[in-house]
Design a protein around this ligand. Structure first.
Ligand SMILES: C[S@@+](CC[C@H](N)C(=O)[O-])C[C@H]1O[C@@H](n2cnc3c(N)ncnc32)[C@H](O)[C@@H]1O
Length: 323
């Protein structure tokens, strides 16, 4: 029986972005051990298993994603282990399972289609739902934040994580409309505040929703810490492939690979600490890859996806995340 035979009984719910390109970057060989840091609907994990990986540790902070992955795990012949954890805790979670080093790590940053499509998760400004937006279903919700934070704090989040030029005007409108409990109501407040016209290509609520989601889930810190965790988990020759969805995330990955492959980060004020030799931990950093025309036509959500990948050297991991 081929390694993939049992998997075909479990339906694949959606086509993951840049699948062929990610698989080329990961170069999975039969018998290897891999980490999928963002299991989601399991698209990458399934492909890694189909290439004959002996073991995949698939992380997701969303308990729904883990629960829905159980059918795939059951059909994998014990090759798939689901880990209900944040990928920044990859090293500890692997050590707890007796794993020292892995051959590949993949991260597909952002929300899943499942999270966006389910109105009750509160990520969507197109379908009305409660103002939630918590990937891990714990901690502060979007409603908690928007109904309690100061106008300045809200404006700062919209500016930093949404790059929203009208952050102050929107924050003022949010505070005036409190309490807000539904995504539909928030989207309306934003549209009114910025003067939305039906011909506009992009819904003006896009940036606001992105910013609040990134803030609540500490997504940029998670990404920086996840890259450093992957550096520690990979064996020499191991591959790291990272897909991002917007420029704030891509910048972090670009800087990480530039720094860790020997390039000096632009404008860095930091010097190597004593006892931290800072030899390059990654090499053969590939040029960034965007979806081909065919993928864009089939899946417009893939529009801003970008893949960066590189290969782990033998140098010891650096202390901390990017500088
Ligand atoms: C874009 S989806 C991944 C889709 C997946 N590649 C597939 O093929 O189905 C991102 C997933 O990562 C999860 N996620 C986001 N940040 C995470 C983190 N810091 N740790 C673990 N999981 C995370 C989300 O809950 C979501 O399910």
């Amino acid at each position: 029986m081929s390694a993939a035979a049992g998997l075909s009984n479990v339906p694949a719910p959606h086509v993951p972005v840049l699948l062929a390109e990610v698989m080329a970057g990961l170069a999975v060989a039969p018998g290897e051990t891999h980490v999928d840091g963002t299991f989601g609907a399991g698209g990458y994990t399934r492909a890694i298993l189909e290439k004959g990986a002996a073991r995949v540790y698939a992380f997701d902070r969303d308990p729904d994603a883990i629960q829905e992955g159980e059918a795939l795990a059951a059909s994998s012949g014990e090759r798939l282990t689901l880990v209900p954890e944040r990928f920044s805790r990859m090293r500890q979670a692997l050590t707890a399972r007796g794993v020292d080093a892995v051959d590949g790590v993949t991260l597909d940053i952002g929300v899943s289609s499942m999270q966006l499509d389910r109105a009750e998760r509160g990520f969507s400004f197109q379908a009305d739902g409660p103002l939630d937006m918590r990937m891990g279903r714990e901690g502060e919700s979007a409603a908690d934040f928007l109904n309690n934070a100061s106008e300045e704090a809200i404006a700062d989040i919209l500016w930093r994580y949404g790059e929203e030029p009208k952050s102050r005007r929107i924050a003022r409108a949010i505070v005036a409309a409190r309490p807000l409990e539904r995504t539909g109501a928030l989207a309306e407040v934003v549209r009114k505040a910025v003067g939305w016209k039906p011909h506009m290509k992009k819904d003006p609520a896009t940036r606001t929703f992105q910013a609040i989601r990134i803030h609540l889930n500490a997504e940029l810190d998670e990404l920086a810490d996840g890259l450093a965790a992957a550096e520690r988990a990979l064996r020499p020759g191991g591959r790291l492939a990272v897909v991002t969805f917007h420029s704030l995330e891509d910048r972090i990955v670009k800087r990480f690979f530039r720094e860790r492959s020997g390039g000096t980060p632009a404008g860095s004020r930091h010097r190597p600490a004593i006892g931290d030799p800072r030899e390059p931990t990654f090499e053969r950093v590939a040029k960034p890859v965007s979806p081909a025309e065919r993928e864009l036509a089939a899946n417009p959500r893939s529009r801003s996806a970008r893949l960066r990948s590189a290969i782990r050297t033998e140098a010891p991991a650096w202390k901390g995340s990017i500088q």
